[in-house]
Design a protein around this ligand. Structure first.
Ligand code: PMT
Length: 225
């Protein structure tokens, strides 16, 4: 009693890196801190949405009022997203998912090769989580991706939007160390098939609030079609 329940759309957000195990003590990963995805989750919650954060390993605390599902690998992240898909209205993929995983994870710690031949890891492609959700029978009304690019940012992001079947892409130029991975700040371009809108460098928290406002507007407009 007295606790207000969020009544707005159900939003699922992926955040952070994935970890692809090599053996019991080693993994392949990337520099995503989760800050962008967590800031979006907090903003969506503040705007009245029911939010589930599907998070790879991060150092961050779960924003209050948000449900967090912890995962490690891309396959676990996909399974967690698929188990929510039927109830999801808006899906936002801010995670930096590893594109590849080990073909076979070693059961025991790999031993250093005494023959000095080096070590070759055999990698296979991971499933594309946001594309799988966008092409699902129970597709959420709005599917939003992030694009991390180091060159031709807008053009590559638009191509990714089309290839993955998304409604909106948020492109960041990760060649700039001031923004993107790990930083507290970001600058992005919001891209749909019809328009592009630039958001200047600012804190991920402020940016997340502006982006969530745009995303909710797009969701409402779509619903009224
Ligand atoms: O976590 P931070 O330190 O705050 O950094 C934020 C960020 C830079 C990681 C974030 O803003 C960002 O850009 N996230 C997406 C990074 C990325 O993996 O981009 P991509 O261009 O490789 O992938 C495009 C889209 O497909 C993304 O929405 C990604 O989540 C999704 N994807 C990619 C591969 C895969 N196997 N499954 C996916 O769902």
């Amino acid at each position: 009693v007295g606790v207000q329940q969020a009544q707005g759309p159900k939003v699922v957000i992926t955040a952070g890196p994935t970890r692809e195990p090599i053996d019991p003590v080693r993994y392949i990963s990337n520099h995503s801190s989760g800050k962008m995805g967590y800031a979006l989750a907090a903003a969506a919650q503040a705007l009245g949405c029911q939010v589930t954060l599907v998070s790879g390993p991060t150092q961050l605390a779960c924003p209050s009022g948000v449900t967090r599902v912890d995962v490690e690998s891309a396959e676990q992240m996909l399974a967690a997203c698929l188990s929510e898909v039927a109830q999801t209205d808006i899906f936002i993929a801010a995670a930096a998912v590893a594109d590849y995983r080990l073909a076979e994870v070693a059961v025991h710690k790999l031993k250093k090769d005494q023959s000095q031949q080096g070590l070759t890891l055999n990698l296979v492609e991971n499933p594309d989580i946001v594309a799988t959700i966008a092409q699902h029978q129970q597709r959420p009304a709005l599917v939003v991706g992030f694009a991390a690019e180091t060159q031709k940012v807008q053009a590559y992001a638009l191509a990714k939007l089309q290839r993955k079947g998304l409604d909106m892409m948020i492109a960041n130029d990760v060649s700039n160390p001031e923004i993107g991975f790990h930083s507290d700040h970001n600058a992005v371009t919001l891209i749909t098939k019809d328009r592009q809108q630039a958001f200047d460098i600012q804190s991920k928290k402020e940016l997340a609030h502006q982006l969530m406002t745009e995303i909710l507007q797009a969701y409402t407009n779509q619903e009224s079609l």
